[in-house]
Design a protein around this ligand. Sequence first.
Ligand code: CAA
Length: 395
Amino acid sequence: MTNPVDMLVGPNLTLTPEHEMIRQTARDFARKEIAPIAAHFDETGEFPFKTIKKMGALGLMGIEIPEEYGGAGLDTLSYVLGMVEISKVDAAHGTVMSVNNSLVCHGLHKFGAEAQKQKYLVPIAGGQQIGAYSLTEPMSGSDAGSMKSRAVRSGDHYVINGRKSWVTSAPVADIVVLFTMTAPEKRHKGITAFIVETGKPGFLRGKAEPKLGIRASATSEIVFEDYRCPVEDRLGEEGQGFKIAMDVLDAGRIGVAAQALGIAEAAYEASVAYATEREAFGSKIGEFQGIQFKIADMKTRIEASRLLIYSAALAKERCKTTGGRYTLESSMAKLFASETAMFCAHQAVQIHGGLGYSKELPVERYFRDAKITEIYEGTSEIQRLVIARNELGLR
Ligand code: CAA
């Protein structure tokens, strides 16, 4: 594959043929397989097993993971392009794809031992199984270092107890990458990561989270009651969990940014189409400045989001060889793209008027789906904090 950095030369930010191909594959699949079912699964909240399985077969569930570990062996930009196309048609499919690719596969690949990769990463990256990531607890969201759940070493096992919340894909996952306390007195330095098998005794699925949007993605609490985790399923070292969680979120936030861009594009394209068809006061509504200004602001924010996301994708790609972090690029992309998604979805409802508020069109779904991108994997406030601390040299 062409070096991704070369891709952005030239005034038109031309994509390589390989990148065009992955984009087209995801676009065709989304239009053909997901578009006809999206409204139904949003309405019922059922999990779309069939289409998620097909996405796995297409290589969309482990895009950046090397082929030897079950993935598609592509780069971060390919992941971004795929995420945008899937999310543009249905953000709920985008959520499952994003969590599987970045919160689970990225972490297992970067921090997993060889045996863990063979056992857990291969089926997850290949889409035969689904993975989840669990950091949040009922009383610890943004302040991730203050969690209450515990893992206590007992011979060759850890015994895990506690309750985690807002776990995307938990109701359907085969494994969960779990972050829990092994040394509470050390705060974030006492957090350790584990790979948990959902079929084992002591793992319980708690209440489903009733959600405003991304309703076809499955989200629930999970509960641990004396779950016995073998030492060989610890991910990384004791006390390394917080850094693993943060590193993984840097990758995850690029995925959420791409999801947000997909939603924004969908809202924008629906608005342009409507503005050129709908008439009021004897003119197409797109001839009125009130609508033109909305279109101009949506388009400008979308293209600015795209540049930030591509820049974050390239930064991540560079870090794969040079090491280092792309925290700043990732947070800026997530912050701006998620606020753009919310802005565009809001404007799209307004441009469509009553029809935008109706379930007859997907515009109201874009509005409901956009909101979560400003909340999960770090709220907009947390992104601002990360960006400012980075720029001011603070911790
Ligand atoms: N990569 C690697 N290490 C990092 C890091 C990163 N991106 N960010 C911080 N660290 C390290 C720091 O260097 C520091 O290390 P030392 O102790 O060795 O110096 C350590 O982690 C602690 O860092 P901070 O002092 O900055 O930690 P903090 O307690 O002030 O928290 C925070 C920082 C940015 C607020 C962080 O807690 C955070 O991101 N909170 C949001 C959590 C979040 O996004 N939750 C969503 C979970 S997933 C989800 O939404 C559900 C789902 O299923 C999708």
